[in-house]
Ligand binder design. Structure first.
Ligand SMILES: Nc1nc2c(c(=O)[nH]1)N[C@H]1C(S)=C(S)[C@@H](COP(=O)(O)O)O[C@H]1N2
Ligand SMILES: [Mo]
Length: 363
């Protein structure tokens, strides 16, 4: 199991790209139920926008009464906190073959933390959603040139914008968030205000939120139809909910262990709760599967811990070590199971395939 992309681990983050900042949670921090705030992964498409203290959020489109209010107004509204595992749709891209274009993410573009702020539904209700509205479009303050926005060789200035269906926007856990891990958002995570969309891959959680617009037709902008889409070559579909997935955090791939080993890790799904994690154990004579014990997740949207203590056979006579391959397969309550093979797509999103971890048993 290669746990991280290549690149330096500078302090709390494992940097994949410096400008704009794209950085993974280091493998050493992934065993934590709540990722320490400085180690929450960062994915930014453009340089961090500059806000002034008077930053206002506007709400328009198919509403009864368009709104414009300063971010500070959010503090006076009812607050709601959600513990959530946030994963970049590109997490695990390096595991694909051939590796698709895009940020070279290893397996650390996933973190779990507490997000808090005001339910988006409250703001939309204040504006009054009109009949006929089907989506909410969130527009951010960051933007930059994209070569493929208007066809080949015709770069255009593109703003970060994503939409979601109205029912997702109205879900009580979808937030206009101002805080992460109990502290005001830091710049890389979208200060002063961002969306948090539980159950969806990270791209829906628009940072540096500037405006909300109720649409009567589905949005077809760049980040909805050209990026964050599953492109199979024949068919293009926007990326939405996070696929069922699991990750072994111990033992560590490539390391040496004594015969008693406890397999531990996390399983999560944007669709429903985790109901089963199986561990595939291959000590050299074929793989056998055993059910791991599930622990309690911090919330419906947070990863579920699993563990399975094992006593592994010693190295064969004359051998110093025995190679043991471990794999995990998670299932959620909707019946979704991690696939054996990667579901390859041109832009490399949603890699939730079963992954192997090989260890060496000494004695
Ligand atoms: N405005 C804006 N919002 C954004 C992005 C961005 O580039 N600009 N990146 C998205 C993606 S792809 C992910 S995975 C998450 C990452 O959130 P984080 O950096 O707080 O971990 O932010 C999303 N929101
Ligand atoms: Mo992402």
């Amino acid at each position: 199991m290669t746990s991280n992309a290549t690149g330096p681990t500078t302090g709390a983050l494992h940097v994949v790209r410096e400008h704009p900042l794209c950085a993974e949670t280091p493998a050493t921090q992934l065993p934590q139920p709540l990722t320490p705030a400085p180690s929450v992964y960062v994915r930014s498409n453009f340089d961090t926008p500059v806000f002034d203290a008077t930053h206002r959020i506007t709400v328009g489109g198919a509403v009864d009464a368009p709104l414009s209010f300063p971010v500070s107004d959010l503090d006076a509204m009812p607050q709601h906190a959600v513990v959530m595992t946030l994963e970049c749709a590109g997490n695990g891209r390096l595991g694909m073959n051939p590796v698709p274009p895009g940020e070279p993410w290893g397996f650390g573009a996933v973190s779990t933390t507490v997000w808090s702020g005001v339910p988006l539904s409250m703001i939309l209700e204040r504006a009054g959603v009109r009949d006929g509205a089907v989506e909410v479009l969130a527009s951010a303050a960051d933007h930059g040139p994209r070569g493929d926005a208007n066809g080949e060789g015709n770069p255009a200035d593109v703003r970060f914008q994503r939409s979601m269906p109205l029912h997702v926007a109205m879900h009580p856990d979808t937030l206009v968030a101002t805080h992460m891990a109990g502290a005001p958002l830091t710049e890389p995570h979208g200060a002063p205000v961002r969306l948090i969309v539980p159950g969806w891959y990270g791209m829906a959680s628009v940072k540096w939120l500037a405006s909300l617009e109720l649409l009567t037709e589905p949005f077809t902008g760049y980040f909805q139809r050209k990026r964050y889409v599953y492109d199979t070559g024949e068919h293009i579909e926007p990326v939405t909910t996070a696929r069922v997935k699991s990750m072994i955090t111990a033992p560590v791939h490539g390391s040496h262990y004594e015969r008693e080993v406890t397999v531990r890790g996390w399983a999560w799904s944007g669709t429903d709760v985790i109901t089963r994690v199986e561990v595939g154990i291959d000590t050299g004579s074929g793989e056998t599967w055993r059910d791991a014990e599930l622990g309690t997740a911090a919330s419906r949207y947070a990863w579920t811990p699993f563990l399975l203590p094992l006593v592994l056979p010693p190295a064969a006579t004359g051998e110093a070590t025995r190679a043991v391959t471990l794999r995990t397969r998670a299932t959620d309550a909707s019946g979704a199971v991690q696939p054996e093979q990667i579901i390859w797509n041109r832009l490399g999103y949603g890699n939730n395939a079963i992954r192997a971890c090989t260890i060496h048993v000494v004695s």
